[in-house]
Design a binder for this molecule. Structure first.
Ligand code: ZN
Length: 294
């Protein structure tokens, strides 16, 4: 092999060894993964920890999570204690100081926006899993746009060379939300609102200007009781609306309330599919809007 050929070969192997992305990002949920991909573009490689068909409140730290977190430069979490049962343990197990809470490598979506139910007198003794306010910001497209812009700034801290691209993609996401939100509101304008199993869809109802009539859970994280459902049914009489639960929440409470109040039940996910892009997220909002508009 001649010297010139050798140099070319070295150069080519260098290109192959270089990853196409600059940043290893670990997202806790499919919604956070969607946002990281939408803002990060080709500069990030995103791993999602929680499968969207599982209840994020109920997960446990697993070795596979620790392996993913060991190599992460940035963690994108929902926050407000949603992942408290497993993320701190998984981060500790990963032994990666760069992603500890408080470090630049740790980003919480809920910390970027005002939260519903923040400052309520939450009673931990009753089993309330949301003492820091409602963490389920992912179904509010407008809050997600704010979070996208904050995430762009965080990514820019790591990778100043691509800062303009991060900001541009976050702006693009925000512009898409701004275009879609009036149509979503218009479509659901006559809707009577909803009862949710858990307050995981509360932000979307709020964004659409719809009433949350109650939750099947008497307290966030506590399973429905017969007396609670009967009291709720009493409040729903002469009102119209939809009862919504996710695929992983038990359907019995929703069916009981449906028969007591004469309301219909819809089963809707609160996260897009794993690996979704912004269009997958907007399709999820479309599904909720369609169901609520009926
Ligand atoms: Zn919750």
């Amino acid at each position: 092999m001649g010297a010139a050929m050798k140099r070319l070969w070295l150069f080519l192997s260098f290109l192959i060894a270089m990853p196409a992305w600059a940043l290893e990002v670990v997202a806790t949920t499919a919604s956070m993964g969607m946002l990281a991909r939408s803002v990060g573009g080709p500069q990030v490689r995103v791993t999602e920890l929680a499968p969207p068909d599982r209840d994020v409140h109920m997960l446990q730290a697993r070795p596979s999570m620790m392996r993913a977190l060991r190599d992460a430069q940035l963690v994108v979490a929902v926050g407000a204690e949603l992942e408290i049962g497993w993320l701190p343990a998984a981060i500790n197990g990963a032994a990666n100081g760069a992603i500890l809470p408080g470090r630049p490598g740790y980003f919480e979506a809920a910390a970027q926006v005002p939260l519903l139910d923040a400052g309520l007198a939450a009673d931990r003794a009753q089993g309330d899993v949301h003492p820091a306010g409602n963490p389920h910001v992912n179904l509010d497209p407008a809050r997600m746009a704010t979070i996208a812009k904050a995430l762009a700034e965080r990514l820019a801290q790591f990778d100043a060379a691509n800062a303009a691209g991060y900001r541009e993609r976050a702006q693009g996401f925000a512009a898409a939300v701004e275009t879609k939100l009036p149509a979503w509101k218009q479509k659901t304008a006559g809707s009577g609102g909803a009862v949710l199993y858990h307050k995981d869809g509360a932000y979307l109802l709020h964004a659409l200007g719809l009433t949350l009539h109650g939750t099947l859970e008497p307290v966030p994280g506590v399973a429905p009781t017969a007396s609670h459902l009967e009291a709720l049914a009493g409040k729903l009489k002469s009102k119209k609306g939809l009862i919504v639960h996710t695929p992983y929440q038990p359907p019995a409470g929703a069916e009981k309330l449906a028969s007591l109040a004469g309301w219909k039940v819809a089963v809707l996910p609160i996260d897009p599919p794993a690996g979704a892009d912004a269009n997958g997220y907007f399709a999820l909002i479309d599904r909720w809007v369609e169901a609520l508009a009926k």
